[in-house]
Structure formats: C-alpha cells, structure tokens
Design a protein around this ligand. Structure first.
Ligand code: CAO
Length: 416
C-alpha cells in the first residue's frame, strides 16, 4: 500500500522526546527517517531508565520506531562531509539541540540552504527566536511552566502542577510535524525549502488557549462562573487553578466509585452538560431535580455543585467505574472511567484499533508502544521496532554514494 510520505527522506538530527516524536510520526506515514546519532552513545534516551541491562530503553524504543540509524561524529571533518552529503540528498532535516549547537557545528540555516535550497529545516527550541529566554535549554516541565499549563493545573490550595501528558515534548513534536507537512506542500508549489521553527512554550500555550480566554474574562468581570471558586470563594486577578473542573465551561468532576478506598483509579469523570441534566436526574434517581427551579439551570446549580457531586457519589458507591459508565452511557451522559496505564495497556479496543501495538525489537524482543492515533481510510500505518545504534550506518552511506573503501576509511577515522 502506498504511504503518503514515501520518497521523502528526513535527516532526524533529534534527541530525547520533542524531536523524535515528530520524526516518528512522519516515519509512520512512510518517510525514510534517518536518525543521526553520536558514535558510541547515541540518543541519551537509549540508556535512560533502562529496564533491561545493556538494551535500548523503552524511552528510546517508543519514540524511534520505523526509523533507520546512522552513527556520525558531526564534529569531525569526515563526519561533516557525510552530513553535507546527506543534506544534499534529503528533503527535511529536523533538529532539537540546545540553542546555537548547529551553528557551532558549522550547519547554520544559511549553510544548509546553500547546500540544498529545497531543504526544509525544522527546529524545536524551548523559546522562540528573539524571545528574551531564547538562550535557555528546556525540558518538558520547564515548558509547561513557561506556557501557562502549570499555573492553571492542580488545586487552588496546592502549588502549580505539571501534567503527565507531554505537553512540552510530544505536543511540540506534533506541531512541528504539521509545520513540516505545510512546508512540503509549499515546496511542491514553489520549489523552495524553508525553515520551520516551533517553540515548546508556544506549543504549550496553544493547548492552554482556554486559560488565556479565562484571563480576559476575569479581567473584564472579576470572576469565572464555571470554576469551583464561584460563587463561594474568591478570585484574584489571575486565572486560578480549578482542580478537576471542565475547562470548556461544563461543570464536571472526578467522582469516587466502588473500591476507591484501595484502588487509586476507582473513579469516573462525570460531566454535567446542560443538555444532559434531565437524563442525569433520571439516571441517578433524582427525577424531582429536573423540574425544581433550584436545580433546573446551570446558574441555579452552580452554588450547590459540590452537593450535587456528593449525591452522585452516593449513587456511585456500590458501582464500579465500569458498571457506572455502562449505566450512564444509556442516558447519553458524557463520562469515562479513569483508566490506569495497566488497563490501557490491556484494552482490547486500543489493541484492535492499532493505538497500542506490540512490536519486535532485535535485542529486547516484544514490547508495547503507541501506534498512530491518526487513522486513514486509504493508508495503513504499520509500526516497526526501533533501530539499534548505527544499525544502518553502512547501508545509508552506500545509499548516498559512498564506496566500500570510503566507508572503511570513515570507520577507521572513527567518524561513524
Ligand atoms: N556528533 C557530534 N556532536 C554531536 C552530535 C553528533 N552526532 N549530536 C549532537 N552533538 C553535540 C552538539 O553539537 C552539541 O554540542 P555543543 O554543545 O558542544 O555545541 C551537543 O552534542 C548537544 O548539546 P545539547 O545542548 O542539545 O544537549 P544537552 O544535553 O546539553 O541539552 C536539551 C539537552 C534537550 C536541554 C537541549 O538539547 C535543548 O534545550 N533542546 C531544545 C529544546 C528541546 O527540544 N527540549 C526537549 C527535549 S525533550 O524533553
């Protein structure tokens, strides 16, 4: 089956998570992604948080499937020549090194486009070019703090909190992938490459836009009616942390189910969507609330929202989270069990859809990884295991025109 990005060669000069997540997505869609790694060590995630001694860590394997790996010391003259040759023959180069690292290596954007005017150079940094923090190195949680996620996540009586979701890393990689696809389309039309830059701060903020919305509402009216602080608590002049309240304006909360005392995930998320009020009243055995003026409207409910949640928890106390959702789904009530990673790993629907897949790795054997969350009607995504360090070095060198003698010289010079 034809893949959308077949014939596109990508130099994957990335490490850790933000860059690799982007190039992995493009590899899933058929691009030939060549991961360039330092000889000996490779991407730091190969050895981070290892669960099997001497074997690439899951951190690496889950972000680098469907790629080829070449080792290359790009600080040696021979290594630089190989990189130049790769640049001449590739469509996209992705990097997420610290600020200025590629310039120091001799591969500025000017140099890259001199080598290949059709090249799309895609770059992740913590902060955007020209930002007053542009010189900072950035990891996930730093970006969540800089992008507005941490100040608005957690409970009002606790500190700013970061999310377990990789809003700074993988999310930035997804933004970069979108930028690369747009630049490829632009190149199809004009023949010209370009630089695509995405910052982690900007990508986090792009997902926190409802909080920027709330800041402006707060500035104007002094309160936010869908937050738990309303109407009994107080508001300052900044968007507060709202616990588990729904960001979109629908009151919702994480509610205890049967077994919560011993199971940390025996909860459901329950949303009190305006149009679902009548079915909610029926489902939880409170039909009288449907026509009671004290409960009929969202405004009327807001000052007793936690009493309502307590009533629903009382209804939930003899039901597991799965039993509860099975009842509530019949009433069209938006809700979900709070799923643990163990439950997700074994979820038959996620396996069937290819969202969670088991793949083979040469040294590790089988491992679980995420598959494409994007499904196509005309294209299938087949996830393969990640490459060993330098597994394809000679093969790639041959692809770009190196003879066996030249390849042997590169090995002797320790450039690959
Ligand atoms: N051959 C020779 N040298 C290589 C090489 C290769 N194949 N690949 C990388 N290097 C060198 C780089 O040239 C650079 O050297 P100099 O600092 O001497 O110029 C160095 O390795 C990499 O530096 P770095 O700053 O990227 O690495 P770090 O571990 O100090 O910082 C990180 C890591 C992630 C904080 C930083 O890369 C960064 O801020 N990246 C941008 C933001 C980002 O993507 N962060 C998300 C990471 S996922 O949490």
């Amino acid at each position: 089956m034809t893949k959308a990005l077949e014939g596109i060669r990508i130099i994957d000069f990335t490490h850790v998570q933000a860059g690799p997540a982007c190039t992995q997505l493009l590899a899933w869609f058929g691009a030939d992604v060549i991961k360039v790694e330092r000889p000996g060590a490779g991407d730091v995630t190969r050895s981070q948080l290892r669960d099997i001694p001497g074997v690439d860590a899951l951190y690496f394997t889950m972000l680098n499937s469907n790629k080829r790996s070449i080792t290359l010391d790009t600080k040696t003259p021979e290594g630089k020549q190989v990189l130049e040759q790769l640049i001449r023959g590739s469509d996209v180069m992705v990097e997420n090194f610290g600020p200025g690292a590629l310039d120091r290596m001799g591969f500025s954007w000017d140099r890259i486009r001199e080598l290949n005017p059709r090249m799309i150079w895609a770059s992740v940094k913590g902060f955007s070019d020209g930002h007053h923090y542009e010189d900072l190195k950035v990891y996930e949680n730093v970006a969540q703090c800089a992008g507005g996620a941490a100040s608005t996540t957690g409970f009002w009586d606790g500190p700013p909190t970061v999310s377990a979701a990789a809003l700074g890393d993988s999310n930035t990689g997804m933004h970069l992938a979108i930028g690369i696809l747009a630049a490829l389309r632009y190149r199809d039309k004009t023949g010209r490459g370009q630089k695509v830059a995405v910052s982690m701060q900007d990508s986090v903020l792009n997902l926190c836009r409802v909080k920027l919305r709330d800041q402006q509402r707060l500035d104007r009216v002094g309160y936010l009616e869908e937050y738990p602080q309303y109407p009994h608590g107080t508001f300052s002049d900044v968007v507060p942390r709202g616990g588990n309240a729904g960001g979109g304006g629908q009151p919702g909360w994480v509610l205890k189910c049967k077994g919560w005392e011993t199971d940390p995930n025996a909860y459901i998320y329950f949303t009190i969507q305006g149009h679902a009020w009548a079915p909610i009243c029926k489902a939880i055995g409170k039909p009288e609330w449907e026509t009671d003026p004290a409960y009929m409207t969202a405004e009327a409910r807001q000052d007793k929202i936690f009493d309502i949640f307590a009533t629903i928890e009382d209804w939930l106390k003899d039901k597991t989270k799965f039993e509860a959702v099975d009842i509530l789904r019949k009433f069209d009530i938006p809700c979900s069990p709070v799923l643990s990673m163990k439950e997700i790993a074994n979820d038959p629907s996620l396996r069937k859809s290819g969202t969670v897949v088991e793949v083979e790795h040469k040294a590790r054997g089988k491992y679980l990884t995420v598959g494409s969350p994007i499904k196509f009607s005309e294209m299938s995504v087949e996830v393969t295991g990640s490459p060993l360090l330098g597994e394809h070095t000679d093969e790639i060198l041959k692809d770009i025109g190196y003879t066996p003698e030249k390849i042997a010289e590169l090995h002797a010079a320790k450039a690959v």
